[in-house]
Design a protein around this ligand. Structure first.
Ligand code: PLP
Length: 401
């Protein structure tokens, strides 16, 4: 039985039934969540991996207000072009390789995955989809069909029929990608699967197999994107470029925004037979695009991507020093602290929350703790959060003994 985080907060943080969903936060700033009666927590989740440039970032707030004064929403479908979309798409395209120049804005990560799957089916004329066990891709019917958690899918069947799930990091499984496969969707670093990094050569082998069979390769970088792993997207350090990139979460700087991105050639198949291959009224909302662009410029201007690895290493060193920590898996400032024991992990989370730090385990991996604070976190804040975590681990181990 996996621990239930919501229940945990409800029981251990002293919330009443007026707040059954967890901690009550009145304000947030930088890495801090501020509750009533002077309660505060360091946010090691960033909600999840959304607030890469910190909560209440003044540049983002200003962009939101300024765009709201110009207009909230006009029209989509080509009759009107909303300038904030054009500006953000152009800036993103400057930072991505020639294969990824066409940006289709949507509202969320799940919708980005939906759009990418639909685009791959339309472009290839094939129906079979391939994904990986323990992958998380979202909660709509299409994204649920390719996600890896059986228990999350079971009550919604029938889902998409033509889905094969392979084992992550097992090159021998890639033979199951064939000339019938429309696309392979993969998180290059599995997030909710407990921060599983790709084994050397795995993404290259996947790229080769897709090229051999004509299947499109989709990278879901919804959790790993926008600087969290030390490059704008993880594929840029892996050296393997997908045909379609899915992005969301921190892409909107804290506002709801996602995109699927491909070459013009692939994307153009959405334009015909019939036109408007993916329709979304609010996708790429001008206020969200303005916020996303401001967050991106802040990230680049402050050199936050370049700092992600050193900050992650600081956490890693502190965590590895504790004997209860079996392993640390990490890409930049996205990290799993492995205890190999779900009950111990639950007690660590519990104690951390009680003593001023918000963390959690992973949806499909309850034995490890998540460390993914805003990339703006300072060394002093890292050290303060390590002290809380190490105390929480001591406390959890003592209760076990
Ligand atoms: N893909 C990955 C890798 C995610 O981590 C998530 C959300 O956690 C999603 C897709 C779904 O995004 P959203 O919750 O915005 O629909």
């Amino acid at each position: 039985m996996k621990p239930n985080l919501r229940q945990l907060f409800f029981e251990h943080v002293g919330q009443t039934s007026d707040f059954p969903m967890g901690l009550e936060v009145e304000r947030a700033e930088g890495v801090w969540l501020l509750g009533p009666n002077g309660k505060k927590w360091i946010d090691l989740i960033s909600g999840v991996s959304v607030s890469n440039v910190g909560h209440n970032n003044p540049a983002v707030v200003e962009a939101v207000c300024s765009q709201a004064r110009d207009y909230l929403h006009l029209m989509v479908y080509g009759e009107v072009i909303q300038s904030p979309q054009v500006r953000y798409a152009a800036r993103i395209a400057e930072l991505l390789p020639p294969r990824l120049q066409s940006v289709y804005f949507v509202n969320s990560g799940s919708e980005a995955v939906e759009g990418a799957l639909k685009l791959a089916k339309r472009y290839t004329g094939r129906t079979e989809l391939v994904s990986f066990k323990n992958a998380y891709h979202g909660s709509t019917h299409g994204s649920l069909s390719v996600m890896g958690g059986e228990e999350y899918r079971n009550s919604y069947r029938p889902l998409l029929p033509d889905v094969q799930q392979l084992r992550f990091n097992r090159p021998e499984d890639l033979e199951q990608i064939t000339a019938r496969t429309a696309c392979v969707i993969v998180e290059p670093v599995q997030g909710e699967g407990g921060i599983q990094l790709p084994a050397p050569g795995f993404l290259e082998a996947l790229r080769r197999r897709c090229d051999e069979t004509g299947a499109l390769l989709i990278f879901d970088e919804i959790q790993t994107g926008t600087g969290r792993t030390g490059t704008l997207y993880y594929f840029q350090q892996a050296g393997v470029t997908p045909d379609i990139l899915c992005t969301a979460k921190s892409f909107g700087g804290g506002m709801p925004l996602g995109a699927f991105i491909s070459s013009d050639g692939i994307m153009s198949t959405l334009k015909t037979n019939p036109v408007l291959g993916h329709i979304t009224t609010f996708g790429g909302h001008p206020v969200c695009c303005a916020a996303g662009l401001a967050a991106l410029e802040y990230l680049l201007g402050e050199g936050l991507m370049q700092q992600a690895d050193a900050k992650g290493a600081r956490y890693e060193q502190a965590m590895r020093a504790h004997p209860a920590v079996k392993e640390v898996r990490r890409a930049g400032l996205l990290m799993a602290v492995e205890f190999g024991d779900a009950a111990l992990c639950e007690r660590v989370v519990q104690r951390a929350v009680e003593t001023g730090l918000l963390t959690e385990w992973f949806l499909f991996w309850p034995t490890a703790l998540r460390i993914a604070p805003p990339l703006t976190i300072t060394d002093d804040e890292i050290d303060a959060s390590c002290r809380i975590l190490l105390d929480a681990i001591d406390h959890a181990v003592a209760r076990a003994g």
